[in-house]
Design a binder for this molecule. Structure first.
Ligand SMILES: [Zn+2]
Length: 115
């Protein structure tokens, strides 16, 4: 009597989708799961107005990570609402000009907590 008869160790691992053994399986890799997004209500945006070189002023939105938020979409919404240019910089959004109140209003409208 074989020790592992009838246990999973007895059989080579097979693909869950095609049932072939893993070494002959030709299934394409599964697409990555969609990113887990955190509800805006559970996130706090930190706003700041900063002076840059040559007297340029920008409004910064920090605290909203690129993993939990669609920052390009948020940037587009902010630019549209404020009527100014801007850019996504890693985990922050930069809007041109001192736009604290309008940026805050847009973020709060979406549901973010703002500080
Ligand atoms: Zn397969």
């Amino acid at each position: 009597m074989r020790l592992f008869a009838g246990t999973p160790f007895d059989r080579p691992p097979v693909c869950e989708r095609c049932g072939e053994r893993e070494e002959v399986c030709v299934c394409p890799p599964l697409p990555p799961p969609p990113p887990v997004r955190v509800a805006p209500e559970k996130q706090t945006a930190r706003l700041a107005v900063e002076k840059r070189k040559k007297g340029k002023v920008v409004t910064l939105v920090r605290g909203l990570s690129a993993a939990d938020n669609d920052l390009p979409a948020l940037l587009a919404r902010l630019k549209n609402a404020v009527g100014a240019g801007g850019a996504v910089k890693e985990d922050s959004i930069e809007i041109q000009g001192a736009q604290l109140e309008r940026v805050q209003a847009v973020l709060q409208e979406i549901g973010y907590r703002v500080r």
